[in-house]
Write a protein that binds this ligand. Structure first.
Ligand code: C5P
Length: 218
C-alpha cells in the first residue's frame, strides 16, 4: 500500500447521529483534508442487499467495492433509516469488513494529492483503520439529542418516520455497534472525548480546532 508521508490523519469514532459527520466535514474543509464517511460504505452494501437480495453474496460485494467511486456514496437513497439499520447488520460480517477495510486504508493513507491529509469517521477508525492517526476523537451525544437530529434530517429528506421510530432504531443500532464481536464501537484511551449534546456545531468545531492547532502550530 502506498503511504503518503507528512500528511495529517484524523480518526473519529462515534455512535449514530452524534454529529461526527458534520464536524468531520467542517474540519476537513478547514485543513484541506480528504473526508471519508465510512458509514456510507456499509450503507452502500446494505442498499445493494435490499435492492438485489438474490444476487447478494461476498463476490457481489467484492465486485461492487472494486468499482466503488466516492461520488457513489453521495446517493441520497443511502440516508434512509432502513438502510442504516441494515448497515448495522451487514457490518457484523467479518469478510464484508475485510473488503471495506482496504478501500478505507487507501483514502486514509494515500488521499488524493490535492489534499494535505485525511479525515475518516466511523466505528473502528481510531483503533482498527488508522491506529496511528495524528488526532483521534470520540464524538458522542445523548440518545434523545441524537434521535432528534436524525429525525430532523430524515424529515428534511421527506422521509415518513416518527420520532419514536427514530429513537427505537438508534437504540437498536447502539446496542449492535457497541456489543458486536468484530470491530465494536468503543472509545480508545488515546481518543479525545467530545459530547456534543449541548454544543452548537460552531462550538464543536472550535473545540476540535483548538486541539489540532495546539499540536500543528508547535
Ligand atoms: O455512520 P452511519 O450511521 O452511516 O453507519 C451505518 C452503520 O454502519 C453503523 O450503524 C455501523 O453498524 C456500520 N459502520 C461500521 N463501521 C464503520 C462505519 C459504520 O460498522 N467504520
Amino acid at each position: 500500500m502506498i503511504k503518503r508521508k507528512d500528511i495529517i490523519k484524523i480518526a473519529i469514532d462515534s455512535p449514530a447521529a452524534a454529529g461526527a459527520g458534520t464536524l468531520a466535514k467542517a474540519i476537513s474543509k478547514h485543513y484541506n483534508l480528504f473526508y471519508l464517511d465510512t458509514g456510507k460504505i456499509y450503507r452502500m452494501i446494505a442498499y445493494l442487499k435490499i435492492k438485489f437480495p438474490k444476487k447478494f453474496n461476498q463476490n457481489f460485494i467484492k465486485s461492487k467495492i472494486k468499482t466503488l467511486k466516492i461520488k457513489d456514496l453521495a446517493n441520497k437513497a443511502l440516508l434512509s433509516d432502513e438502510v442504516g439499520t441494515e448497515a448495522s447488520i451487514i457490518s457484523k460480517v467479518k469478510n464484508t469488513r475485510k473488503l471495506v477495510h482496504s478501500f478505507q486504508l487507501n483514502y486514509a493513507y494515500n488521499p488524493p494529492k490535492s489534499y494535505k491529509g485525511s479525515c475518516l469517521d466511523g466505528r473502528d477508525i481510531t483503533y482498527n483503520i488508522v491506529p496511528d492517526a495524528d488526532f483521534k476523537f470520540f464524538i458522542t451525544a445523548n440518545v434523545k439529542t441524537r434521535a432528534l437530529r436524525r429525525y430532523n434530517e430524515l424529515k428534511s429528506l421527506k422521509k415518513k418516520i416518527s420520532f419514536q421510530e427514530v429513537i427505537k432504531s438508534i437504540k437498536i443500532r447502539d446496542k449492535s455497534d457497541y456489543n458486536r464481536k468484530i470491530s465494536p464501537l468503543k472509545k480508545t484511551k488515546d481518543s479525545v472525548l467530545l459530547n456534543t449534546s449541548k454544543l452548537t456545531k460552531r462550538a464543536c468545531f472550535l473545540k476540535i480546532k483548538k486541539i489540532i492547532d495546539r499540536k500543528i502550530n508547535n
